[in-house]
Design a protein around this ligand. Structure first.
Ligand code: CP3
Length: 379
């Protein structure tokens, strides 16, 4: 028996489906809660307290991603630690596995670094012409299947990918950037080539997301971390069409392949203009993830009938218990209409949890959400 081989796909029955119900817009007895980047980043020993030193001495970040037993272990860590408090797991991986699948080299030291970014459209020839996600990213699928078994039905498992615009930016900038000057120069100088590349990335995202559902993912989140760098007009022109393509094609392919019609979450950080929210909602994502700079009431006006996810400022977790409790109470009041039970709301931070947060303060965050979002409690 090879421990890296995927196990069978008959999964244990679910014991907690709160997040699935909220994602479908239903009323829930309290808000389901998870936090973006909950696996690894802030937990002591970073990945696995018992194995971390040995593992990390020998493997780099992406090797851990490529080893299903390790990715599974790290995914389960917060679920065990916050058992009964956290309502979803997110598979340990990274959005940059897609540029790797396209043939680009990506290092993590400690931030993402592409030794050979795309400087001009002429560099596109360096990308793999046909990407077989089963060949290039099969390790993610194996990790998902393994993790579904490891979760034993405790909570649903979220699969994810980066949005085409955010991935395009990394591939051109070669790493993080404050201004996205190079990526945006592409948009304005080579709009047709940019759109073609965005569409090409979107096609791979579709295959990748469908493969994740086939492997056992029960919700899918698309991270458009850099959406807020575009003007609302440019967001609509460049970032939105590939997102729309992802929603339509993933839904169609899931149906064709008799796979479950899982909820789709879009986290378009900073795309908070009413027109951006409305257009993002119109793409058909079931859930809109919100950062902390937007008021739920305004989103409901711009995008009625969408489930929402968010949106506590992650930095509040450094502020101590009272600051966390006040923030959660305020968030619960803002997402709930009057004293009604929460409806179509998934509590979360407004972006990923940051390193250095005390894991017990995160526990307090979960406890406060349970308390103040409960049906019958007026936050
Ligand atoms: O809960 C989880 O952490 C699940 C796995 C996950 C990772 N990255 C693991 C990771 C997820 C969902 C991501 C998404 C991701 N990766 C995004 C979108 C979300 C966001 O924060 O906006 C982005 C932009 C990336 C790219 C990326 N990966 C960056 C910028 C960095 C370096 C800085 C950092 O720590 O975030 C990474 C590395 C990374 N991805 C780490 C982890 C646990 C840290 C690796 C290490 O320090 O060894």
């Amino acid at each position: 028996w090879n421990p890296e081989q995927p196990l069978g796909k008959f999964f244990p029955p679910m014991r907690n489906d709160l997040i699935l119900r909220a994602a479908r817009g239903e009323e829930t007895e309290r808000a389901p809660v998870w936090v973006m980047r909950q696996a690894g980043r802030y937990l002591p020993g970073k990945y696995c307290p018992h194995k971390f030193r040995a593992v990390r001495a020998e493997h780099d970040f992406f090797e851990i991603c490529r080893t299903p037993s390790l990715a599974c272990e790290i995914t389960l860590q917060p679920i065990r630690r916050y058992l009964g408090l956290v309502d979803a797991a997110i598979i340990f991986s990274d959005i940059l596995v897609v540029p790797q699948a396209m043939g680009m080299e990506v290092l993590m030291n400690p931030a993402p670094f592409f030794p050979a970014p795309l400087n001009t459209p002429a560099d596109i020839v360096r990308l793999r012409e046909h990407v077989d996600v089963h060949k290039e990213l099969g390790y993610v699928f194996a990790a998902i299947t393994r993790t579904r078994h490891g979760l034993r039905g405790e909570v649903p498992l979220i699969g994810f990918c980066g949005a085409p615009w955010t991935l395009f930016s990394y591939m051109i900038e070669g790493g993080g950037s404050k201004t996205l000057q190079k990526a945006k120069t592409w948009l304005f100088k080579y709009p047709q080539e940019s759109k073609a590349l965005l569409a090409r990335i979107a096609d791979i995202c579709v295959d990748f997301l469908v493969g994740q559902v086939d492997a056992g993912a029960q919700l899918l989140q698309v991270f458009d971390s850099w959406a807020g760098e575009l003007s609302p007009h440019d967001f609509t022109e460049f970032a939105l069409p590939p997102l729309q393509h992802i929603v339509i094609s993933v839904r169609a392919r899931l149906a064709e392949n008799h796979l479950p019609a899982v909820p789709l979450i879009l986290f378009a950080k900073g795309a908070n203009a009413p027109s951006s929210l409305a257009t993002a909602a119109a793409t058909g994502f079931d859930v809109l993830g919100l950062d902390w700079c937007v008021v739920p009431e305004d989103v409901r006006t711009a995008a009625p009938r969408r489930a929402l996810q968010g949106n506590l400022d992650p930095t509040r977790l450094y502020g101590g218990r009272e600051a966390i409790e006040n923030g959660v109470r305020h968030m619960c009041a803002a997402f709930r209409v009057g004293g009604r039970p929460p409806k179509g709301w998934i509590a979360n931070l407004g972006h990923g949890i940051t390193p250095g947060v005390d894991p017990d303060d995160l526990k307090w965050f979960f406890e406060c959400v349970h308390k103040y979002s409960a049906s019958g409690v007026m936050p």
